[in-house]
Design a protein around this ligand. Structure first.
Ligand code: 1QQ
Length: 373
């Protein structure tokens, strides 16, 4: 009798959580490994806001037929070691269905192989190194466009506007993303008839770039190309302007953060950067994203748009898998996502599991990114 009563109260409890008539309340856990501290901390906070907005919208809409999403956000510390630890907790302790992240390509090269070996799908939302990410294996997918998908087109458009013929390049040589961005610049510049006059490097911990910039400025380049994370990038443009460089500066993905503009101040004016998010898109899905972020008091940026899109891609995969949210279901669902309407545009995966949609070119004007049409 007592046993029956207990069963009954359990059934009532479970019943109270039901949101669809015939379906037990189920939660799909998304582990998000984001850089909340360390060299990439400027990106993590807005990524987290984008994820939470998307999770709340999807849960409120009931679009997953009573299935709810839950995001568990942990700090990857912008390092390989912490990224690995966070992945292990997500996989073994939290038993997540899918992992979003980690913020940096560098961290992904170390952490993603663990998810691949454990057969847990990963959706990268900010990794832009063309190599070393999705080629880890079939469980690794990505929303973010690579530097190879963005920089050549952005360079072509910038060159058409400004007509530069020579370049100097400064890049971080201790980070997978900054090095990959440099590799793309090194091949795209000469391919487009722009001669590289000189190249200099720095490390993430450097704060003084005067020696490198002085050597590059002496070559009198038409354009300065910078592959750096936002923190280094803002100090680099400040020091370049202090040294008297007046020409155009073009950056890679690391500069796509409003934090870059805030930290560089007036020195950021005119900086050009290719982006995967066309903030000016009038598409209602994009406008709804922008309004949703502003309503929460968060400035929408490319990183939050990509993270928000990542959650919608996961929801679409769950839907395409028949509203099932197991690890294999989500992986199989990813393979069927096509032309999904997102703030980034119509989103599909390439056969190599990378993201595919239209990139844009933006420029800092009046302390803000402005899309160049
Ligand atoms: C990478 C990047 C960074 C700038 C993302 C935050 O693109 O590490 O791949």
């Amino acid at each position: 009798m007592r046993f029956h009563l207990r069963c009954l109260s359990l059934a009532v409890l479970v019943g109270a959580g039901l949101s669809g008539p015939a379906r037990a309340a189920e939660t799909a856990k998304i582990g998000a490994a984001l850089s909340m501290t360390g060299a990439a901390a400027v990106y993590g906070a807005t990524q987290k806001a984008g994820i939470q907005l998307a999770v709340d919208e999807i849960n409120r809409s009931g679009a997953l037929h009573g299935l709810k999403l839950q995001a568990i956000v942990e700090d990857d510390g912008s390092t390989k070691e912490q990224g690995i630890n966070v992945y292990q907790r997500f996989i073994n302790r939290d038993r997540v269905s899918v992992i979003i992240g980690p913020t940096l390509s560098t961290t992904a090269t170390a952490a993603d192989p663990i998810a691949e070996a454990s057969r847990v799908p990963v959706l990268a939302v900010s990794n832009t190194s063309p190599t070393g990410i999705t080629d880890i294996g079939p469980y690794i997918w990505r929303v973010s466009l690579t530097e190879k998908q963005v920089i050549p087109g952005a360079l072509r458009r910038a060159r058409a506007k400004l007509g530069f013929k020579t370049a100097a390049v400064l890049y971080g040589n201790d980070d997978v993303f900054t090095k990959a961005g440099y590799d793309v610049m090194r091949s795209a510049l000469p391919q487009q008839g722009v001669k590289i006059l000189g190249t200099q490097t720095f490390a993430k911990s450097d704060r003084d770039y005067n020696a490198q910039l002085t050597a590059l400025m002496a070559l009198k380049p038409d354009v300065l190309m910078v592959s750096a994370l936002a923190d280094n990038g803002s100090a680099i443009v400040i020091q370049a302007r202090q040294l008297g460089y007046k020409g155009p500066i073009m950056g890679g993905n690391g500069l796509n953060s409003p934090a870059f503009i805030k930290n560089a101040g007036p020195a950021a004016e005119g900086v050009l950067v290719g982006t995967s998010w066309n903030a000016a898109s009038p598409d209602p899905v994009n406008q709804r994203f922008i309004a949703g972020m502003k309503a929460r008091g968060v400035n929408p940026d490319q990183f939050s748009a990509q993270a928000y899109t990542g959650v919608y891609v996961i929801a679409e995969a769950i839907k395409l898998a028949g509203f099932k949210a197991g690890r294999e279901d989500i992986k199989a669902g990813f393979a069927r996502v096509k032309n999904l309407d997102t703030p980034l545009g119509r989103f599909s995966f390439t056969p190599q599991r990378d993201g595919e949609h239209e990139p844009a070119l933006q420029q800092v004007k009046g302390g803000k990114f402005v899309i160049l049409q």
